[in-house]
Design a protein around this ligand. Structure first.
Ligand SMILES: [Zn+2]
Length: 144
């Protein structure tokens, strides 16, 4: 677990590290059982009564369902002070929740990527803001 002091999420209500693990903030509809991300996405299924929607954290670990490698910088509004090119974009499946989430792949040898491999949710430091805080977003990395 990295030191999360002095870190602030780029966009609120997407990623949580208060439990000691970095996890995505999802929600589950208890009418139809659908998980969704971001959790505010309540218009998830036409015809569903959407009753009993509750916030849930996704598991820290999922499986790599698909990926691509980008050789150009992330386009705006994404902003980072780090040179991350080339970088991977992974589609991570959380099997039990039946949801797939896309994110940048960090701290991983891109040549080692294989479909089905175990990945974990982590954070990517983007830039330092005017309050000297590290602004972060979620990312995924291979489980070591
Ligand atoms: Zn529903």
């Amino acid at each position: 677990m990295e030191n999360m002091a002095n870190k602030v999420a780029r966009i609120p209500n997407l990623v949580d590290w208060s439990t000691g693990e970095v996890r995505l903030m999802s929600a589950k509809c208890n009418s139809c059982g659908t998980h969704f991300f971001p959790k505010e996405h309540y218009q998830h299924r036409p015809g569903c009564s959407r009753e009993g929607v509750e916030d849930v954290l996704l598991p820290q670990k999922g499986k790599l369902a698909s990926y691509t490698i980008q050789y150009y910088p992330c386009p705006a509004p994404f902003k980072t002070e780090k040179k991350i090119t080339p970088y991977g974009i992974g589609l991570i499946e959380f099997e039990e929740e039946k949801i797939q989430v896309t994110g940048i792949i960090t701290e991983t040898d891109l040549k080692s990527l294989k479909l089905g491999m175990e990945m974990e949710t982590t954070i990517l430091e983007m830039f330092t803001n005017e309050e000297k805080q590290q602004v972060v977003t979620w990312a995924f990395r291979a489980v070591k």
